[in-house]
Each structure stands twice: as structure tokens, then as C-alpha cells.
Design a protein around this ligand. Structure first.
Ligand code: NDP
Ligand code: ENO
Length: 416
């Protein structure tokens, strides 16, 4: 993210200096030799001369890194961070920065390879003197993002609501496929548009760096509660499935549907749009039956947590908009939810996958609630290795899929 900002601010005419870890100085200079911004040796050198300093570092280490370089901040400068959870970031900045320094943080709600135009950019103005906010507004205007101004606490609530449950679902999906030693695109059981979306998104998450997801889940206490609810929802729904309690399952899911989707008139996604984005060599064979435990539990969790995801669309990431489109498709396509409930209770062919999925959701929830970054990294990277050989292809197809879906989101936003 630091590179994205450095490049864009430089292109807009600002003088940008940056650094990576000091032990990587030579390597970093070489890596960015063709860029017009300047690489300095460490955070002290950056802090001494900069009017605005952005700590675009791992959330786990922000406290330590700000403590190291914060005292070198230029007199009267503005400082902020790019981490995904603002309460610990602001606390770290407040603890170390001299009183003459302003604190204005940023959070671009998208990954580093996404076009910034129109994507949400949260600005948290925590402590500022005259002119500072105007300066930041002017600086970030070159990104053409949609600026959303929030307090740190508001930001952390909204980002937990949009990212915690959905990331837990797709992390668990990847882990469950690994545990049953199954590449989903090689099996006729995961064919069809909705399956393509699940596979592409899950791989997209595993293609990223582990610390991005660990940071946003572990450092945000609200995310812990939500991921635990997700794991409980998965376990409750799976129990109803294996007990054959179809009516109870139906009732529970229809109440959740009514809560989350009561105002939906037009679907964002349809199966045949997603059918083209397959990683499989098998020609599209139409929708296959599936219990879709992972998606049912997302909506059940939203209901239990009182989250109406549409209320946060202004702060949504591209992946969140896709998650929402996929769950909306499953719950609001006439007859599809009941078909899925029928499969869940009567078709045992997905039971082993669903069992593994239930265990995976529980594992993620416990790693996150214990705040265990090391175990998170190991668990994430084990699954990442399993899918590694497919990442290049998945990235190309995933990009195309995301482009198509986001175009539809935009069209719908323009109509409403
Ligand atoms: N990727 C995404 O989709 C998004 C990420 N974010 C957040 O933005 C932040 C940056 O993430 P991202 O850019 O993806 O991750 P990166 O790992 O690419 O960037 C973090 C960088 O900080 C460097 N770093 C660590 N310690 C120091 C130090 N003491 N001095 C200078 N540099 C240091 C790291 O070096 P090294 O790797 O060598 O340790 C690394 O290059 C994270 O907090 C992340 O959660 C926010 C929005 C989206
Ligand atoms: O779109 C998503 O959900 C992503 O996975 C990218 C992402 C990751 C971390 C953030 O703080 C913001 C965006």
C-alpha cells in the first residue's frame, strides 16, 4: 500500500520519500530504482524531513515502529497510519508523537493492485490544527477515491461488520479444501457460477500476505466476537443439517433472509455471469447442488449480530461487494434457498466437506480470539502453499470477474 501511495503522490507532483526496514536499504533502493520517489535509510530520515508521514506497516508491529521513529517527527508535521484497525494505531501514535504533531490517519478500502478511482478512502481526523485537514484532502484528491470521514471507533465498527465474517468464511473454505485434499476446480461438485465466485475469492485472499488478514481480525476486538458468531452459526446450521431438522433450519434461514434482504428488488449477480470465470477445464455444466453452508452461515451471522450489510456499502471493499452479491444471489433467487436447504438435509455427498468446513471455522475463530499472530501465519501459509501453483491463473480470472461484478455494482448504484 505504501508503494501505491508513493507512486500516485509522486505522479501528482508531490515530493515523496520513503523507506523499508533499514536492513533492506540496498535491496529497497534497487527495487524502486526506476521510480521517481526517493528511498531513505530508515524511518528517522523520513520523519525528520516530511510534512506528512504515513506508517504503512504490519498492524502487529505499528506500536513498536511508531515508538522507534515517532520522536524524530518534524516539528508541526502530520502523522497517520494505513492499518486496518484504527484504535490501536491511534493509541500507538498518541503514545509517542510530540504534542506539536497532528494525527490524521487513512485507510484505503481496497488492495494495492486495485484502481483507486471511486473506491472508499476513510480519513480519521484524530487531532489537527488549522489547515491540516485541508492539506490532507488536497493530497489524497489525486487518488480520486470516495472520501469517507469517520472517527476511529466508527471506522473499526464498520470495518469489522464488513470484513470479519466474510473473510472468516473464505479463509475457512480454503482451509477445508486443503484438509480434504481437494482442488475444487478439479471436481464436478464445484461447477457453476456461484462456485466460481467462491473459489476465485478464496484463492484471492490466500494470494495476499497473511498479516493483512491477521491484522484486521486480531487487532479489532469487535471482529473477534463476530468471527466467533460465524463459527457458532456454521456449527448450529451443520448440526441442524445432520439431525435432519429441515423445518427448523428453514425457519432460521428465512428469518435471517427477511432481516438482511428485505429490501432487495434486483439481483446484483446472476449465475450465468459468473459461469465464465472458471478455473476448471471442464465446460460450464450449470449449477450443481450444494448445501452452501459457508454462505448460509454468513447471513445467519449477520442476523444474529444485527448487521444489515447494505448500511455499510459506503465503506465496502471490492471483495465485500462480491460477498454480498453472492449471498444475495443464493438467498433471493426464487426457489434457490429452499433447494439448498433440501440438499443440506437430504444429500449426504457434501457432509465430509461441511464437517471440515465447520472445523476450519472453529480453528480460525480460536486463533483470532487468542490473538495468536504466529499460529495465524502458519495456518494461513499452510493453506497458501496448497493453492500456490494456481495463483497466477486465479489472479487473472479473478481480476476479470471482479471487474465485471464491480461494473454491475456501479450500474446499480447509478440507477438507485
Ligand atoms: N494489502 C491490502 O489489501 C491492504 C492493507 N492495508 C494495511 O496497510 C498496511 C500495509 O500493508 P501492505 O502494504 O499490504 O503490506 P506490506 O507487507 O507490503 O507492507 C508493509 C511494509 O512495512 C515494512 N516494514 C516493517 N517494519 C518496518 C520498519 N521498521 N521500517 C520501515 N518499513 C517497515 C515491511 O517490510 P518487511 O516485509 O520486510 O517486514 C513491509 O514492506 C497493513 O497494516 C495492512 O493491514 C490496508 C488496506 C488494504
Ligand atoms: O477487499 C477486501 O476485503 C480485501 O481483502 C482487501 C483489503 C484488505 C484489508 C483492508 O484493510 C482493506 C481491503
Amino acid at each position: 500500500m505504501g508503494y501505491l501511495y508513493a507512486r500516485r503522490f509522486t505522479e501528482a507532483g508531490w515530493r515523496v520519500v520513503g523507506c523499508d526496514r533499514e536492513d533492506k536499504y540496498e535491496e529497497t533502493v534497487g527495487k524502486f530504482a526506476n521510480d521517481s520517489f526517493e528511498i531513505l535509510r530508515n524511518g528517522h530520515e523520513v520523519s525528520r524531513i516530511s510534512d506528512y508521514i504515513i506508517y504503512s506497516v504490519e498492524a502487529e508491529n505499528i506500536d513498536k515502529i511508531v515508538a522507534a521513529y515517532g520522536p524524530s517527527t518534524k516539528y508541526g508535521a502530520i502523522v497517520g497510519g494505513q492499518t486496518s484497525c484504527k484504535a490501536p494505531e491511534i493509541k500507538a501514535l498518541e503514545k509517542t508523537l510530540p504534542a506539536d504533531v497532528d494525527i490524521i490517519s487513512l485507510h484505503s478500502l481496497h488492495g494495492p493492485n486495485v484502481n483507486t478511482t471511486g473506491q472508499p478512502l476513510v480519513i480519521v481526523n484524530h487531532r489537527s490544527s488549522e489547515g491540516s485537514v485541508e492539506f490532507i484532502n488536497h493530497l489524497v484528491s489525486c487518488l480520486n477515491s470516495k472520501v469517507v470521514r469517520l472517527l476511529a471507533a466508527e471506522h473499526d465498527k464498520i470495518t469489522a461488520d464488513t470484513q470479519a465474517v466474510t473473510h472468516a468464511a473464505f479463509l475457512s473454505m480454503g482451509m477445508a479444501w486443503k484438509e480434504v485434499n481437494q482442488y475444487p476446480w478439479e471436481s464436478s461438485r464445484w461447477i457453476g457460477g456461484i462456485e466460481n465466485a467462491k473459489i476465485n475469492i478464496s484463492l484471492r485472499i490466500y494470494l495476499n500476505k497473511w498479516h493483512v488478514y491477521a491484522g484486521l481480525a486480531i487487532t479489532n476486538p469487535l471482529a473477534h466476537e463476530q468471527i466467533l458468531q460465524y463459527s457458532n452459526s456454521v456449527s448450529d446450521l451443520f448440526t441442524l443439517m445432520i439431525q435432519g431438522k429441515k423445518e427448523e433450519l428453514r425457519q432460521r434461514l428465512h428469518v435471517a433472509k427477511q432481516f438482511v434482504f428485505h429490501e432487495i428488488h434486483e439481483l446484483l449477480l446472476v449465475d450465468d455471469i459468473l459461469e465464465n470465470f472458471s478455473l476448471s477445464n471442464v465446460p460450464p455444466g450449470g449449477r450443481q447442488p450444494n448445501s452452501h453452508l459457508s454462505l448460509l452461515a454468513i447471513v445467519d451471522s449477520w442476523h444474529k449480530l444485527g448487521i444489515i450489510p447494505y448500511e455499510h456499502i459506503i465503506c465496502s471493499t471490492p471483495l465485500f461487494r462480491i460477498f454480498l452479491g453472492v449471498t444475495e444471489y443464493l438467498f433471493c433467487t426464487p426457489g434457490l434457498l429452499d433447494e439448498c436447504i433440501d440438499v443440506a438435509v437430504n444429500d449426504t455427498s457434501f457432509r465430509q466437506d461441511d464437517l471440515e468446513f465447520t472445523i476450519a471455522a472453529e480453528k480460525w475463530s480460536s486463533i483470532i480470539s487468542f490473538g495468536n499472530f504466529d499460529l495465524y501465519q502458519k495456518t494461513f501459509e499452510d493453506t497458501q502453499k496448497f493453492f500456490e501453483h494456481k495463483f497466477q491463473e486465479a489472479n487473472v480470472i479473478g481480476n476479470e470477474m471482479i471487474k465485471t461484478i464491480l461494473l454491475r455494482v456501479k450500474e446499480r448504484e447509478l440507477r438507485s
